[in-house]
Design a protein around this ligand. Structure first.
Ligand code: BES
Ligand code: ZN
Length: 610
């Protein structure tokens, strides 16, 4: 009977709004933590963040224990506040699960209103990267930054690390005098020479949006509410490259409602930053690899900014629902690009994304091409692909086409207002779509079609198939060129070059590779996306003149999307693999933990050390 009841409860539970997040030990339904006070030291000598995390407790059920997520943390003490007084309490740190880390259980009795944990992070924390002065551009000062999404906040803060939680936070942070500390909070444009900073994030955010960085940072304003933080060497270039950011904010507000986060600043990270960008609220973290000096890759800014609505305002409740963050954001990103730079550019960017998706759909296990993906207990980083991004985006493009842009825009604006500061599951958004889009506009999209998009692998047969007139021109030119004619590339943008290189026939001759390189200097391209596409082709074609550039590229860039496909290509034959391992061994101390984990697995699939 008891067994039956618990099975029933689990069934009921999984059918309700807050489906359990399999990637967290938090039990929000018992006790949640709506506010956090951090008091931290960022210690570069020990590569350690240490101090206290203090939570306000909100009790929902009778419970005497608070469970938190941790990963490689050392916990030295726990206290609870009972009747206004702090007292020591007991805690247990469970054995670590390989992808989830260790459950921290703290006895909080029935009366405690707050809890305080004394802890320190490990030098190997998966959510932090520590750079020595020599690894920075300025060479004088060290640098550190966090990347908490998806489940790495727990490696530097003991926390209920599930995006179903929302919490506000304040932080006191001390570091080496002369360094600047910034967080996903109310950064001041004035530095504190003492190295002692205070922050406040008054809007409730999910834990994966808590972010910190410290380094020799300077700041340059772009407008009254937009500034760039960066090391001096790239500050002016970054401010120029991203000068359209204020216009992007205005455009997005006009389409989807007010920007709810006060300032919007950009932090330019060292080139080892493992992503293109990360939408930390009020302060997007941005790779320097998109600073191409021609603003050709600024869709990244449109993307991270778009997350201020899709993701940060309305948040995926679990990592199975990541498409709710990334699909909506990719859609909004492309709408911003269309508004500011025209349909042709937006169309090209959508078509490039579609090609990347098709490649992923070919190589992935079909089960992992479902939008509401079953991750099981795999690490969410392990199932990262274009599916939540581009399949999610195509789903919204499809809805836009079926219902018309005007109606769909109104729907989206209302969705962001209705779900602001809430976390949402796929089941909840399904119900919302039915109630607010499908039912009021009958005969356009069936519930069965909706379910096909959400719960079936691959793409529906009537999915949009984005193409671009400009790309068709490129393909015609390519045919002429392959027969010995001239390429007319004078008006080609980065996008046309990417389409050209990515679609060259794989039997292209060595002579033609050399001819391309001679005429267009592709091996030496300063555009990191073009260089990536060309270097990948050079591996496939064994085009040796690109080798030194490839080595240099792998040694200086750590953005995983630019690096992993190159190692993957190199790993396909033994000679290249041993060359790649040698480069990797040299590069890895400069790589972020994520880039190390992913590429280590590519180069040493059997797990051998050398
Ligand atoms: N939030 C993501 C990065 C992310 C996703 C980190 C999931 C960890 C887990 C960020 O907004 C992103 O999508 N970045 C892309 C930008 C691109 C699509 C324009 C990137 O880094 O390539
Ligand atoms: Zn994103």
């Amino acid at each position: 009977m008891k067994r039956f009841l618990s099975v029933l409860l689990v069934l009921l539970w999984s059918a309700t709004a807050t489906a359990q997040d399999q990637h967290s030990y938090a039990q929000l339904e018992r006790i949640s933590t709506p506010h956090l006070e951090l008091d931290l030291v960022v210690d570069f000598e020990q590569k350690q963040v240490r101090g206290t995390a203090e939570y306000r407790l909100q009790r929902h059920q009778a419970a005497t224990a608070l469970t938190l997520d941790t990963s490689e943390l050392t916990v030295t003490a726990a206290e609870i506040k009972v009747a206004g007084k702090w007292q020591a309490t007991t805690f247990t740190l469970a054995e670590a699960h390989p992808s989830l880390g260790s459950k921290l259980t703290i006895e909080v009795g029935t009366e405690a209103t707050e809890v305080r944990i004394h802890y320190a992070s490990a030098p190997t924390a998966s959510g932090l990267q520590w750079l020595s002065p020599a690894q920075t551009a300025g060479k004088q000062h060290p640098f550190m930054f966090s990347q908490s999404q998806p489940i790495h906040a727990r490696s530097w803060i003991p926390i209920q690390d599930t995006p179903a939680l929302r919490l506000t936070y304040n932080a006191k942070v001390r570091t080496k005098p002369g360094l600047r500390v910034v967080m996903s909070a109310d950064n001041s444009l004035e530095p504190e020479p003492s190295g002692s900073y205070e922050f406040s994030m008054p809007q409730p955010i999910p834990p994966y949006l808590i972010a910190i960085a410290a380094g020799d940072l300077e700041v340059k304003s772009i407008s009254a509410n937009v500034a760039v933080f960066a090391e001096a060497y790239i500050l002016a270039d970054a401010a120029w490259e991203f000068a359209d950011t204020p216009a992007m904010i205005e455009t997005t507000e006009a389409m989807y409602g007010p920007y709810r986060w006060d300032r919007y600043d950009l932090l330019i990270l060292p080139p080892s930053f493992p992503f293109g960008g990360m939408e930390n609220p009020r302060l997007s973290f941005i790779t320097p690899t998109v600073i191409a000096k021609d603003r050709s890759l600024v869709n990244l800014i449109a993307h991270e900014l778009a997350h201020s609505w899709s993701g940060n305002l309305v948040t995926n409740a679990t990592w199975r629902d990541l498409w709710i963050n990334e699909g909506f954001t990719s859609y909004v990103e492309n709408r911003i690009m269309e508004e500011l730079f025209g349909v042709e550019r937006a169309q090209m960017e959508l078509a490039l994304g579609y090609q990347d998706l098709l490649a992923d759909l070919e190589s992935l296990d079909p089960a992992d091409t479902i939008m509401h993906i079953d991750i099981g207990l795999r690490h969410p980083d392990e199932v990262f692909s274009q599916v939540p991004y581009v399949k999610g985006q195509l789903f919204l493009v499809y809805l836009e086409q079926q219902f018309g842009r005007q109606l769909f825009d109104q729907f989206l604006k209302q969705y962001f207002a209705d779900w602001a500061f809430k976390s949402i599951t796929t089941a909840q958004i399904r119900a919302y779509l039915i109630e607010h889009l499908l039912e009021p506009n009958p005969g356009k999209v069936s519930v069965a079609k909706l379910d096909e998009w959400l719960y079936q692998p691959g793409l529906p047969t009537d999915a949009p198939q984005p193409s671009s007139d400009a790309f068709e021109q490129v393909e015609r030119q390519m045919q002429i060129w392959l027969k010995g004619g001239q390429l007319r590339t004078a008006d080609w943008t980065t996008h046309e070059w990417l389409h050209f290189i990515n679609n060259l026939p794989l039997d292209i001759s060595a002579v033609n590779m050399a001819r391309l390189d001679r005429e267009f200097g592709l091996t030496q391209s300063n555009n990191n996306e073009i260089a990536h596409a060309w270097l990948k082709l050079s591996i496939i074609k064994k085009y040796q003149p690109a080798r030194e550039r490839l080595r240099d590229y792998l040694l200086t860039i750590g953005r995983n999307k630019l690096v992993a496909p190159l190692y993957r290509e190199l790993a396909k034959n033994p000679a290249d693999l041993s060359w790649a391992r040698a480069v990797y061994e040299q590069a890895k101390t400069g790589y972020h933990p994520l880039t190390q984990t992913v590429n280590q697995a590519i180069l040493y699939p059997q797990g051998e050390a050398q």
